[in-house]
Design a protein around this ligand. Structure first.
Ligand SMILES: Nc1nc2c(ncn2[C@@H]2O[C@H](COP(=O)(O)OP(=O)(O)OP(=O)(O)O)[C@@H](O)[C@H]2O)c(=O)[nH]1
Ligand SMILES: Nc1nc2c(ncn2[C@@H]2O[C@H](COP(=O)(O)OP(=O)(O)OP(=O)(O)O)[C@@H](O)[C@H]2O)c(=O)[nH]1
Length: 464
């Protein structure tokens, strides 16, 4: 019997979405309506190289027959009976519902271990539900976003001990060789989904003008769409056949001015907007770039792990573009080292000049932000980096051992480095690796994260 994981939960919490993510193909149909009946599905899952069987329990239609609770119980019991571990999924955006409690109580009585998984945790909207779920008494929830592929490393860690117990993974040293995940198998950006961007910046820099220009130029606005979060609005349009979405959290102000509903700067709103976007365009006035507020926003974007593009607006009224450009570069270099390599576009929102360049930069940055590097390639590169520049010796002269690297997620590119004594790896060495990653895999100007972990390498080299 392979190591088997059952996905349990009430309708619409995202079981199919998680199943699809783990199995890596769009096998299951995801429905927006709760309770769409389908068969129980099983698939071969791969999570950071760990292979297992995954069972998705069917959706339930309340057809007035047996009570929904009774039918769920039946399905759950069948799935759980065959499983080594059950993932109890909740929708952290919806919070903990009585049906979730019902599941938790029922699962508690079964011998199968349960991992509580709080889904839909991308952005901030899931936070209250996540905290609330502690109250289910099922231990610490693992926060994930099945749809966005977030939290997969944490899920791996939560499953790890169970996998070891089931003999599917050995603690260290002689793990089975991982199968190289097919490129883009997990988290491959879906071209049919709109690219979500935001325009932020200080008052009067030209955000509204830019927004109008973007929407007006392409003329395919599909209208405001309520409800990314309660106060959010978004407008969609198409740019050269690519669906785009502009988000704004300030809410629909005046109906007649929806195009104008682009972020007015207030830090709270700006943070919210940043969290909801994939790419954030920070607009600055060419006459006054990079003041304190600009820097604050830029740092926020980087901290939140979003893709940043700098738009230097009102370029039409700049007298001496050459000098201005040089000043701009110097200023960026000294004030915003976090944003080194960030795409910077000069434009005029008023005349429309430079808008195409800006959109190119948005798409290019987004592509980098979504980049996934195959594990084998990553480790060949790592070996080379270590050979060129070995990590410093530990006190006492012992050699510092770096074992393995894997990309835990994209959006932004996030890597996990497995090493002995992670706390002793000097900061400068991490920086060396991060800079190397940027260079080798074409990741300039997007946040790159590197976590160093000890003793938890899922696919250690044979010699440990
Ligand atoms: N925001 C957000 N939505 C998600 C996430 N995962 C799933 N969803 C959405 O939640 C809805 C339900 O997802 P499904 O995967 O069909 O849920 P299910 O639990 O299999 O539902 P049943 O078939 O009714 O049992 C869909 O609209 C998904 O797009 C997530 O991580 N974040
Ligand atoms: N010369 C020039 N003026 C511009 C340009 N873009 C915007 N403006 C002007 O700058 C002023 C502010 O533009 P808005 O688009 O309202 O700026 P905003 O950032 O949305 O301002 P708030 O709503 O206050 O946050 C307006 O008078 C615009 O006409 C540009 O590219 N060149």
């Amino acid at each position: 019997m392979p190591f088997t994981v059952a996905i349990i939960g009430r309708p619409n919490v995202g079981k199919s979405t998680l199943f699809n993510r783990l199995v890596g193909k769009r096998l299951a149909i995801v429905h927006d309506l709760p309770g769409v009946t389908r068969d129980r599905r099983e698939g071969r899952a791969s999570l950071l190289g760990m292979e297992f069987q995954v069972v998705d329990t069917a959706g339930f239609e309340d057809d007035g027959g047996d009570s929904i609770e009774a039918r769920m119980r039946h399905q759950t019991d069948m799935a759980v009976a065959e499983a080594d571990v059950a993932l109890l999924l909740i929708d952290s955006r919806a919070g903990v519902t009585p049906l979730d409690r019902h599941f938790a109580d029922h699962l508690r009585r079964l011998p199968t271990p349960v991992i509580l998984v709080a889904n839909k945790c991308e952005g901030k909207a899931g936070a209250p539900g996540l905290y609330e779920s502690y109250g289910l008494g099922m231990g610490e929830p693992v926060a994930v976003s099945a749809e966005h592929g977030e939290g997969m490393y944490e899920l791996f860690e939560a499953l790890r001990d169970h996998a070891i117990k089931a003999g599917a993974l050995t603690p260290e040293g002689d793990d089975p060789e991982p199968e190289e995940p097919a490129e883009g198998e997990d988290g491959e950006p879906d071209p049919t989904r709109p690219l979500t961007m935001a325009i932020v910046g200080r008052p009067n820099v030209g955000k509204s003008t830019l927004g109008n220009q973007l929407l007006g130029q392409d003329r395919l606005l599909t209208g405001p769409e309520a409800g990314l979060t309660r106060d959010a609005i978004a407008v969609e349009w198409e740019h050269r056949g690519r669906r785009m979405k502009l988000v704004d959290t300030a809410g629909l102000r005046k109906k007649a001015q929806i195009y104008d509903a682009i972020e007015k700067l207030s830090v709270g709103n700006t943070i919210e907007t940043i969290r909801m976007s994939e790419v954030v365009v920070l607009v600055m006035d060419a006459a006054a770039i990079l003041d304190k507020q600009d820097l604050t926003i830029a740092r926020l974007v980087v901290e939140e792990g979003r893709a940043l593009v700098l738009a230097i607006n009102k370029w039409d009224v700049v007298d001496d573009p050459q000098t201005a450009l040089k000043r701009l570069k110097d200023r960026l270099e000294t004030s915003l080292p976090q944003a080194r390599g960030v795409a910077t576009v000069t434009l005029s929102a008023l005349t429309g000049r430079g808008i195409e360049k800006l959109m190119d930069a948005v798409l290019d940055t987004w592509t980098k932000w979504n980049r996934r590097i195959p594990t084998a390639q990553l480790n060949r590169w790592l070996e080379d980096m270590i050979e060129r520049h070995p990590p410093p010796a530990l006190p006492g002269g012992r050699r510092y051992k770096i074992r393995y690297m894997t990309q835990a997620k994209a959006r932004p590119p996030t890597f996990v480095l497995f090493a002995t004594r992670p706390e002793q790896l000097p900061e400068s060495y991490s920086r060396y690796l991060v800079n190397g990653l940027r260079e080798a895999f074409d990741l300039p100007g997007v946040p790159v994260r590197l976590y160093v972990r000890g003793g938890k390498n899922p696919y250690a080299e044979k010699d440990g």
